[in-house]
Design a protein around this ligand. Structure first.
Ligand code: PGA
Length: 233
């Protein structure tokens, strides 16, 4: 393994029995020895469940407020997310854009809030145009970009995976226009059957896994397939 992969479980708006999930995941990991030098695993849980993950040091958020604090009822700021040790945050997920009207302007503000709070942004985009100018021009490469073709996002576990070649082409185009230290993730119907097609792509630095992360066994089998040495062809 020539680089450490970031593998994000995105539980979306699903209720997961967090303690059971963590116990099962820990038992599976223990069988593999120390996997932490090869992969970093984080869980983007619904906000009220984040505190249950804090002790495990694997806490990610699915969203962050565009505001730094104050009279914005219902918002969760970067400062508050840090109270439960959030270290990564998804920003501008296609479902936020589709169902909650998030546009590039909002994504750019959330990106800035995450950086200000010391949270690593994972900016999600379906196309180059969905990467805000402010992100492209940021004076830091300390963030992730997640390519997520909307057609490939599963619905109720119905997978519509993109081909590895198509993903490779898009990431090559993006990388050519970005600072070299920006890391690229892929998300969209990643599951134990197809992850091997993506992990061999040189530019892929990890995955965001939605439906297949709800079951710790399925999620762990994805991770397990990422542990073998890369054979990029
Ligand atoms: P999926 O979701 O793996 O269920 O397609 C990925 C995502 O939307 O983050």
């Amino acid at each position: 393994m020539d680089k450490k992969l970031l593998i994000v479980a995105n539980w979306k708006a699903n209720k997961v029995e967090v303690t059971d999930w963590l116990q099962q995941f820990a038992a599976l990991s223990a069988q593999m020895g120390d996997i932490n030098d090869q992969v970093e695993v984080v869980v983007a849980a619904p906000t009220p469940l984040l505190f249950l993950l804090a002790a495990s040091n694997i806490t990610a958020a699915q969203d962050i407020s565009e505001f730094s604090g104050g009279a914005y009822t219902g918002e969760t700021t970067g400062e508050v997310l840090k109270e439960v040790d959030v270290s990564y945050c998804l920003i501008g997920h296609s479902e936020r854009r589709k169902y909650f009207g998030e546009n590039n302007g909002i994504v750019a503000k959330k990106f800035a809030q995450a950086l200000a709070a010391g949270i690593t942004p994972i900016v999600c985009a379906q196309s180059w145009e969905e990467i805000p100018e402010e992100v492209r021009a940021a004076d830091t490469g300390a963030y992730y970009l997640m390519y997520e073709p909307f057609s490939a996002i599963s619905t109720d576990g119905q997978y519509h995976a993109e081909s590895g070649e198509a993903v490779d082409q898009v990431l090559l185009q993006w990388q050519a226009k970005l600072p070299p230290d920006v890391r690229l993730l892929y998300g969209g119907s990643v599951n134990p059957e197809n992850v091997s097609d993506y992990v061999k792509i040189e530019l892929v630095s990890g995955f965001v896994v939605g439906h297949a992360s709800l079951d710790p066994n399925e999620f762990f089998s994805i991770i397990n397939k990422c542990l073998s040495p890369k054979t990029f062809s």
